[in-house]
Design a protein around this ligand. Structure first.
Ligand code: GRF
Length: 193
């Protein structure tokens, strides 16, 4: 059984997909806790499943490093095998990444290295891309630059909005994330920094 702490910032549909997968006793992943950088709507999914939550808000700290230290201590309290960034929208400082690497993964809504950063879906449309997708990767000290664990392609439909494309990407992303966590649990994927 792979134990995980999941970090979110928003609606948490990827988190919900993981939680729904854990309803199957054969699914080899257990979510120990869900953390967020704000009172994110997605925390309600954790509460529905009776899972601990914690919120560590950056603006309550004098520095990003101080914030990340408290975030890390909340995570380490649960002693997870893996930390999953599922729509967590803050850049994490090097010390945080070093403390968890390579047991820290992220899901990103583009086919990295194309369109890194916080506006991947918008950037793909602006670039006139005809296809994009999702990448699940190990987090390293760069932004969206760590080793890829899995990718899946999604066509860009003419004239669709950022929201429409992102929702279509998420359909693929949720299944891919659930599958990658299972493969890590079953040691079919090994994590290297
Ligand atoms: C996901 O597409 C993730 O790749 C991106 O933000 C989105 C979060 O969606 N960083 P949700 O909160 O899981 O619905």
């Amino acid at each position: 059984m792979l134990s995980a702490v999941v970090l979110i910032s928003g609606g948490g549909s990827n988190l919900r997909a993981i939680l729904d997968a854990t309803k199957n006793p054969m699914y080899p992943v257990k979510v120990l806790a869900v953390g967020a950088d704000k009172p994110a709507d997605g925390l309600a999914h954790a509460e529905l499943f009776g899972i601990s939550t914690f919120v560590v808000e950056p603006d309550r700290f004098d520095s990003r490093e101080a914030w990340a230290r408290v975030l890390l201590s909340n995570i380490q309290h649960f002693e997870p095998d893996l930390v999953v960034l599922a729509g967590f929208m803050k850049i994490l400082p090097a010390d945080f990444v070093k403390a968890l690497s390579p047991r820290l993964i992220n899901t990103h809504p583009s086919l990295l290295p194309n369109f890194p950063g916080a506006h991947a879906v918008r950037d793909a449309i602006a670039a006139g891309a005809t296809s994009t997708g999702v990448t699940i990767h190990v987090v390293d000290e760069g932004v969206d630059t760590g080793p890829h664990l899995a990718q899946s392609e999604v066509a860009v439909l003419p004239g669709e909005t950022e929201h429409q494309l992102h929702e279509r990407i998420k359909v693929v992303e949720r299944d891919l994330l659930v599958s990658v966590l299972q493969q890590i649990a079953e040691q079919k994927i090994t994590l290297n920094a």
